[in-house]
Design a protein around this ligand. Structure first.
Ligand SMILES: [Fe+2]
Length: 523
């Protein structure tokens, strides 16, 4: 098998490139997959937080259409809509020193309707993809380091659009947190607007990969960091109605420029959680990536009121930790609660340690953890940290209808913590019941990796957690062939009610998003 690390990208020939493509396509592992078989580097017992150094994204590059997929079991009659996924799929082999997060976005869709499933994938053909396609080579060679860009692409969006997707105003927005979204058609996945600025209402130069939908109003609440220029400390938060009208905006400044991958939105507050994955100017000057982990820095839990101008922001200091995703968040007006996956140190093996130390797989393992802060009385100085369970994993989800509200159920891709040999633990999905403090685990079986899961309610007004949990399984013993597994979210332990069997490997995924039938265009 050709190794991407072995290839000098300036010299790689078309022939060897395609050979490498086919080689890695027959292999295993992609960013975000959960499963013992994807890991070759030393890993902690019980889990791997996101991708490992061994899981540089494979070049997939083939856009696929599969009509009426083979299904094992029965697609539930009340499951109609589209399950979208997006992940990095390098258009050309990554340069040495680059990281898996820098592959170009490739969107896939499982269109589920009346028991039938069609599968479609398309690259996000935005400015970056189009320029590189025309040039036949990489023009944006390093993750979030524009100083190395080809002079011919100055002024173009650098967005890979590879991290998350969300539907808004009959569009599918493909998101990368260093740029505005790219908007594609919900049914064809073809490009509509490569740099989507919400009808010129987007003031921030960037747009988060993790907007939230307010449970009460349906408004999209979002933010951008490094919002007023590369490396700026400004964060701009804003709220947009389902019809596309911006109704609120506020600007705050972070204590230092750290990765703000996700944020928390409650009915009354915004929370920004600043972690010591910091912009590293020396590394950038050396031609490296944007971030390194600075273990000397604290975390900052920043809270400010929705509807205000940001001047009320409180920055509560905490110990050095990492948290990059929110399972759920809510407030009771006096106290705010934010459930995250949290590790003690750098969760990404491919992100450099600023002090040159080795990545620590144990301290880099993430657990679902509740952060809370008392906002009543005099100003607080810190926040509290409580680990909620022994299950490990890094991509928590919830019933997204409860994005800003008290919630009961959360979901997480994980590995079997009860396995006799932790290094061979099977992947699975676990459901958290915060009302009872219990967790239910579905074991996906051997030689299977799982992507992040996503919840689809049984109906628009179904009770919280009443519906289906779905995610893509990669079968290691079948050349990485992909299955979409669909489970009853209230009966996870019973296993899939249906398995959609792809004839090929599924394109990689960071995050997925469910759009119910009623929110899809007729087509
Ligand atoms: Fe994310």
């Amino acid at each position: 098998m050709a190794s991407m690390q072995d290839q000098d990208n300036n010299k790689v020939s078309r022939r060897s490139f395609m050979g490498g493509t086919l080689g890695v396509a027959a292999g295993i592992g992609a960013a975000g997959l959960i499963g013992a078989s994807t890991i070759t580097r030393a890993q902690p017992a019980g889990g791997v937080p996101g991708a490992s150094a061994s899981s540089l994204p494979m070049l997939f590059r083939a856009e696929i259409d599969v009509q009426d997929c083979e299904v094992e079991g029965t697609i539930p009659a009340d499951l109609n809509g589209a399950f979208y996924r997006v992940g990095p799929d390098p258009q050309y082999p990554l340069r040495p020193g680059n990281i898996p997060f820098d592959g170009e976005g490739h969107v896939s869709m499982f269109r589920i309707c009346n028991g039938r499933v069609d599968y479609k994938t398309r690259f996000v053909k935005n400015e970056r993809w189009t320029a590189q396609n025309e040039a036949g080579r990489i023009l944006f060679p390093m993750y979030r380091n524009p100083s190395l860009d080809d002079p011919g692409v100055r002024g173009l969006s650098r967005s890979t659009a590879n991290t998350h997707i969300i539907n808004h105003k009959n569009l599918l927005l493909c998101l990368k947190e260093d740029s505005p979204p790219s908007a594609v058609d919900l049914l064809t996945l073809e490009m509509i607007d490569p740099v989507y600025r919400f009808d010129n209402q987007l003031v921030s130069e960037t747009f988060t990969a993790h907007p939230k939908v307010d449970s009460g109003t349906g408004n999209m609440v979002a933010f951008g960091y490094e919002a007023t220029g590369f490396g700026s400390r400004d964060v701009i938060a804003f709220e947009i109605t389902p019809q596309g009208r911006k109704v609120w905006e506020a600007t705050v400044q972070v204590p230092y420029v750290g990765m703000l991958h996700d944020f928390a939105v409650t009915q009354n507050y915004i929370v920004l959680y600043v972690i010591p994955m910091t912009k590293d100017d020396e590394q950038l000057a050396r031609g490296g990536i944007h971030w390194s982990w600075d273990s000397t820095l604290p975390t900052w839990f920043g809270v400010f009121r929705r509807g205000g101008d940001g001047s009320d922001v409180q920055w509560l200091q905490g110990p050095t930790r990492s948290a990059t995703h929110v399972m759920g968040a809510f407030d009771d007006n006096n106290r705010i609660y934010v459930d995250v996956e949290m590790s003690e140190s750098n969760p990404f093996p491919f992100m450099p340690m600023k002090d040159g130390s080795n990545w620590d797989p144990v301290r880099g393992t993430s657990y679902i953890t509740r952060l809370s802060a008392d906002l009543s009385g005099r100003r607080a100085s810190g926040y509290e940290i409580e680990r909620l369970s022994p299950w490990t994993g890094a991509l928590p989800r919830q019933d997204d209808r409860y994005n800003t509200m008290p919630y009961r159920y959360g979901f997480l891709g994980t590995r079997d913590i009860n396995a006799a040999n932790p290094r061979e633990a099977n992947a699975g999905y676990v459901r958290f019941d915060h009302a009872t403090g219990t967790q239910v685990f579905w074991n996906a079986g051997p030689a299977t990796s799982l992507a992040e899961c996503c919840f689809a309610p049984r109906s628009p007004d179904a009770a919280e957690g009443d519906g289906y949990l779905m995610g893509v399984a990669t079968r290691q013993n079948e050349n990485g062939r992909g299955d979409l597994v669909i489970l009853d979210a209230q009966r996870l332990q019973e296993g899939p009610v249906a398995t959609v069997k792809l004839p090929v490997r599924a394109v990689g995924q960071v995050h997925g998003w469910w759009v119910p039938e009623g929110q899809l265009p007729v087509g």
